[in-house]
Design a protein around this ligand. Structure first.
Ligand SMILES: [Zn+2]
Ligand SMILES: [Zn+2]
Length: 331
């Protein structure tokens, strides 16, 4: 599939899609019912459905019984850690294998024309991939698992109210649909917080080491960022919920993070078929740092003036904003 039909590559080899990023027609005034209906399937397909399936399969087939979960024990905690490590390795690894190890589509639809260097001493252990793997598996997955242990143990003991699908199916279905929105608002707030200068240097600069992100950059974060990033799932202790929904939320954050970091606009399946990744919004954040703090589902960046739509116009607006800020700081 020819990526020139969908975008253009500049002299440096960077590819830009023809279509600028648009806000999702969800919270827009006046309402756009036709655009909303056209957009709706993309809310589910394919990524949300895949994440729902991972959460469902894990909950029904790979999670110990409520009785086991009610008593903290190293056995099942280590089992969850191993199961999550393997799950994340396989899921992120599938993208890594397709795009980077096998280079199945070379640089077709790759935003940054260059590949992350095999050897780069600015990274821990001498390469971006090694640094990314280290923070993902030494901190990211263990902290994600710690949150999962907390949820499962609290719900298994009934320390928090537990609503079953039989009791209140409508509310739980609504909450299920709201999870991506709740995740987005929480992510935006945490993300703005850790871009504030002392916190940025201390915590978030580690994630931004990967200027040319690849799948394993997704959870390559400082442990404090992991703690904040996954804390959104604590909302299931405030709203009426149940452990399956909390797990879906946790996996949406953990497994789902890869979608924004693949570095490619589409997964090419064959000459005619390609699946959009929706990675461009967050790719621009890794490229320019101070734009697109949200993931683009809720128009928070548009609201707060930090949106970059990927076009030349978006570039101009961003530069104007940076200039205004510099002038204000120097005055
Ligand atoms: Zn990122
Ligand atoms: Zn950031």
């Amino acid at each position: 599939m020819d990526d020139n039909l969908y975008g253009s590559r500049d002299k440096r080899g960077n590819w830009t899609p023809n279509e600028p990023l648009k806000k999702a027609p969800v919270f827009v005034l006046p309402p756009q019912p036709r655009a909303f209906l056209k957009w709706l399937p993309t809310y589910f397909l394919p990524w949300n459905v895949i994440l729902m399936l991972i959460a469902g399969l894990t909950w029904y087939a790979l999670t110990p019984s409520q009785e086991t979960l009610s008593v903290l024990s190293a056995d099942w905690i280590l089992y969850l850690l191993a199961r999550n490590s393997l799950g994340i390795f396989l899921f992120y690894g599938a993208f890594q294998l397709h795009f980077y190890w096998m280079r199945r589509q070379d640089i077709a639809f790759k935003y940054n024309g260059k590949w992350p260097r095999k050897k780069d001493d600015s990274f821990l252990f001498g390469s971006q991939l090694r640094e990314n793997l280290f923070w993902t598996f030494a901190a990211g997955v263990p902290i994600m698992t710690a949150y999962e242990v907390l949820i499962l143990w609290v719900f298994a003991n009934g320390y928090m109210p537990f609503v079953s699908f039989g009791e209140n199916p409508i509310w739980l279905a609504v909450l299920f649909l709201l999870v991506p929105l709740i995740h987005e608002v929480h992510f935006y707030l945490v993300h703005r917080l850790i871009h504030i200068p002392p916190l940025y240097q201390w915590i978030h600069s580690l994630h931004h080491n990967s200027v040319n992100p690849a799948p394993f950059s997704s959870l390559s974060m400082h442990p404090v960022e992991h703690l904040l990033y996954f804390s959104g799932i604590l909302v299931h202790f405030i709203l009426p919920s149940n452990p399956f929904l909390a797990m879906y939320h946790l996996y949406f954050a953990g497994y789902g993070a890869v979608v924004g970091h693949v570095g490619f606009d589409k997964v090419v399946l064959n000459d005619e078929k390609a699946v959009p990744t929706h990675a461009y919004n967050h790719y621009l954040h890794h490229k320019y740092f101070e734009v697109n703090y949200s993931e683009g589902l809720v128009a928070l960046d548009q609201m707060f003036g930090t949106f970059h739509d990927g076009s030349e116009d978006g570039d101009r607006l961003m530069k104007e904003r940076f200039r205004r800020r510099r002038a204000k700081l120097n005055s």
